[in-house]
Design a binder for this molecule. Structure first.
Ligand SMILES: CC(C)(COP(=O)(O)OP(=O)(O)OC[C@H]1O[C@@H](n2cnc3c(N)ncnc32)[C@H](O)[C@@H]1OP(=O)(O)O)[C@@H](O)C(=O)NCCC(=O)NCCS
Length: 209
């Protein structure tokens, strides 16, 4: 299987209709909603370089796109979809990695988030360093939450004043740097190992003492 994953551009707009149909069909199958997007919207994302598409030759494999909210303070990785015949082969993970890296490149200071009821998305995002959060830590941009109107659970969200629903909020906050276990002594030792691979491990360990 020779699947390539690209940052989408104008050459990919021919897939916009099929993507929208597949998103719609998959939402019905899952019995949940998904932010409904038109082919024009998807086309614009491709032209703007804010989408990722996976193809095997000319055959559509998968797609995801980037949206910005609250004046780009937040970035959402949305609309992740994989064609049925390519599911459970790891392609969602690869597409998500690519769209995540693209988001970090385009908006390095933005928080990245998703909301989902899907276990697959929870798994993928957790691997990337996302943490589950309450909706209060996500964007309060009304336009984002308007996207939930097509969801079968929208009445629950509305009833709870947009503060909670059945989706789990997942957030990647670039300002929360992972604390390194790499102590200065070990970093010093590592540098010496690079310079002199024959150096004895014992003498490195003694550096720590
Ligand atoms: C959800 C979807 C994108 C997953 O695509 P995929 O290519 O099959 O996923 P992958 O093979 O990359 O699997 C990624 C992870 O999710 C898990 N996973 C995949 N499908 C799953 C499912 N139906 N239920 C639970 N876990 C699932 C995999 O085991 C893997 O976890 P791991 O990293 O711990 O091993 C695909 O099923 C799809 O397009 N569904 C319809 C659209 C949709 O629901 N989009 C999400 C909107 S929030």
């Amino acid at each position: 299987m020779n699947v390539n994953i690209y940052v989408a551009d104008s050459s990919h707009v021919i897939y916009a209709d099929a993507i929208c149909e597949l998103v719609q069909k998959s939402a019905l199958e899952r019995g949940t909603g998904i932010a409904k997007r038109t082919p024009d919207y998807i086309t614009q994302k491709m032209i703007d370089g804010k989408a990722v598409i996976a193809l095997e030759g000319n055959e559509f494999v998968g797609f995801a796109y980037i949206e910005t909210w609250s004046h780009s303070k937040f970035v959402a990785n949305s609309g992740l979809i994989v064609a049925h015949k390519y599911r459970s082969l790891g392609f969602a993970k690869k597409i998500k990695n690519k769209v995540f890296n693209l988001s970090r490149k385009l908006y390095p200071d933005s928080k990245i988030f998703s909301i989902t009821t899907g276990l697959a998305i929870m798994n993928i995002n957790t691997h990337l360093g996302f943490k589950p959060v309450t909706f209060s830590l996500l964007t309060d941009d009304k336009e984002f939450w308007k996207g939930c109107e097509g969801c079968v659970n929208f009445d629950i969200l509305k009833r709870n004043d947009y503060k909670m629903c059945l989706c789990t909020g997942l957030l990647y906050d670039p300002s929360l740097k992972v604390k390194s276990k790499f102590t200065p002594a070990l970093a010093f030792a590592g540098k010496h190992l690079l310079l002199n691979p024959l150096i004895k491990i014992n003498s490195i360990i003694s550096l720590k003492k």
